[in-house]
Write a protein that binds this ligand. Sequence first.
Ligand code: SF4
Length: 116
Amino acid sequence: MKWSGINWKDVLTPRGLLSIVEGCTEAIKQKAGIENEFVKSAMQYRLDFICAHCDLNTDGQCDPTKTGTVVQDFTYHRSIERKQGELVNGCGCALKCKTANVKEECPLGKWLSAEN
Ligand code: SF4
């Protein structure tokens, strides 16, 4: 997993840390067979149909050293305005954890939070 290029300012916030804990807890529950069908469906759709075919996916990490094009206008993590066509880096997250958190979203807007 690559750590260079990660925007630690976004990660090391109460919301960022809580998001990691929530996502990894859900991913572990899925692995253990304690399944929430909504979380399972969201995770599978995000992981298998979108992230699996994304150039920023490097061995299961949203690669912070790679750049991709934002696909739609949206507010990333409720505070960062992203515009279609803008170039941004991957977030550095482990995709199994990130996709298991229904409140998370793709930094390129390819999939959004269930709260949106
Ligand atoms: S979260 Fe978005 S940018 Fe990252 S690998 Fe998945 S689809 Fe690509």
